[in-house]
Design a protein around this ligand. Structure first.
Ligand SMILES: Cc1ncc(COP(=O)(O)O)c(C=O)c1O
Length: 404
């Protein structure tokens, strides 16, 4: 299994397996060992084999970081950066927190109005206070609004697409065109789409962020975050911050994430196919008032979804579905208590199907008036479609919706 010198030209299905990977130099093992040692021997003070202390250098973490870098389209060579511009963190929020350290106190950030609740909480309740960041929350479905919000202190634009849980999209190429000439850093949280569906770096973004806890690891058993950049100057700065802050992913979680990511292509194919089918079926169900799914023509940004979210060149809508039930909060509660295959649980992107109530669960940290403005009401339910047989998933939803 030779190292792939030109992995970025291989198909993503192949990159999932081989991107940035080499056999273990000491044994030839095709998967890296889980390297738990915290320190490495030196032959004379200051002379080591590239590994000094595990916070700064860890071979298992590097193996995952290199794969992640290639998946997101970073072309940084391993000789220029040991993890090719990929950086793994202890959680998605640790990745967000480290990316925000690229900014100086008092800088202005333009962020989506419909951010993951934890990112919003970090910005409003921590960094506005501790770092003096000024944040403008914006509906970016119309990129022209971004231009109007830019000030002379704007240093970062933070985008999520599709958003969580209302599945709004942002035209990534348009945002990059606005930010690029002004030297404003662009960051895209690509957790929902994954690089199988969209690669923001190839559309002009500076940094991609993930909660790898979701689709990249894919098995609901490893917490992690990720930043990837294709710019060597940013890779140097993020490497410094990752070590200086110490927000690194541990080797066992890095190993599990690497292992999970190898099947990302196959999993995303099934997630997307099953979600498309279930979204159509829910759309016709009398107990459902509205289905929000980028793959449905009724989605307000369906045309953009078709252009921007593609699996092997074919437009797809992703694996997440949001529905508004007819009824009220007690209807939603009854529905959520009745599902049997879907697990009523936070998180998403695992092999098992999950279902949740954002207003009570994942997005409880948003103030009620913000939730109302975003349309996260009491009948809104979010589904993460797993890779079980879609017939079984549909039957489970049918029995839970019957006679609500
Ligand atoms: C879109 C998105 N970004 C960031 C995060 C935070 O990641 P973590 O839970 O791994 O810290 C999440 C978690 O749900 C998420 O869904």
């Amino acid at each position: 299994m030779p190292a792939m010198a030109h992995a970025h030209t291989a198909s993503l299905d192949t990159i999932c397996i081989h991107g940035g990977q080499h056999p273990d130099p000491s044994t030839g093992a095709v998967m890296p060992p889980v390297s738990l040692a915290t320190t490495y021997v030196q032959s004379t003070p200051g002379v080591h084999r590239g590994f000094e202390y595990t916070r700064s250098h860890n071979p298992t973490r590097y193996a995952w970081e290199r794969l992640a870098a290639r998946l997101e389209g970073s072309e940084i060579d391993e000789s220029a950066d040991p993890s090719c511009g990929g950086f793994a963190f202890s959680s998605g929020l640790a990745a967000v927190a480290t990316a925000l350290e690229l900014l100086d106190s008092g800088d202005h950030v333009i962020a989506m109005d419909d951010l993951y609740g934890g990112t919003y909480r970090l910005l409003t309740r921590v960094r506005e206070r501790s770092q003096g960041l000024k944040v403008t929350y914006l509906d970016m479905t119309d990129p022209a609004r971004i231009e109007r919000a830019i000030t002379d202190r704007t240093r970062m634009i933070w985008v999520e697409t599709p958003t969580n849980p209302t599945l709004k999209l942002v035209d990534l190429a348009s945002v990059a065109r606005i930010a690029g000439p002004r030297k404003i850093l662009t960051v895209c949280d690509n957790t929902f789409a994954t690089p199988m569906l969209q690669r923001p770096l190839t559309m002009g973004f500076d940094i991609v962020m993930h909660s790898t806890t979701k689709y990249l690891a894919g098995h609901s058993d490893a917490l992690g975050g990720l930043l990837v950049t294709g710019r060597t100057d940013l890779a140097t700065r993020i490497r410094f911050l990752q070590n200086a802050i110490g927000s690194v992913q541990g080797p066992l979680d890095a190993y599990l994430t690497l292992r999970g990511a190898k099947t990302l292509a196959l999993r995303m194919e099934r997630h997307c196919a099953s979600a498309a089918r279930i979204a159509r079926w829910l759309d016709a169900h009398e107990a459902v008032a509205r289905v929000v799914y980028p793959g449905l023509p009724s989605h307000p940004q369906h045309a953009l979804a078709q252009r921007q979210m593609r699996l092997r060149g074919t437009p797809v809508g992703g694996g997440m579905i949001t529905i508004h039930l007819r009824g009220d909060i007690s209807t939603a509660r009854r529905f959520l208590e009745r599902v049997r295959i879907f697990a009523l649980a936070e998180s998403l992107g695992g092999v098992e199907s999950l279902i949740e109530h954002p207003a009570i669960m994942t997005h409880a940290s948003l103030p009620p008036e913000t939730r109302a403005a975003l349309g996260i009401d009491d009948t809104l339910v979010r589904l993460s479609i797993g890779i079980e047989d879609p017939d079984d998933l549909q039957a489970d939803l049918a029995q839970a919706l019957a006679g609500l």
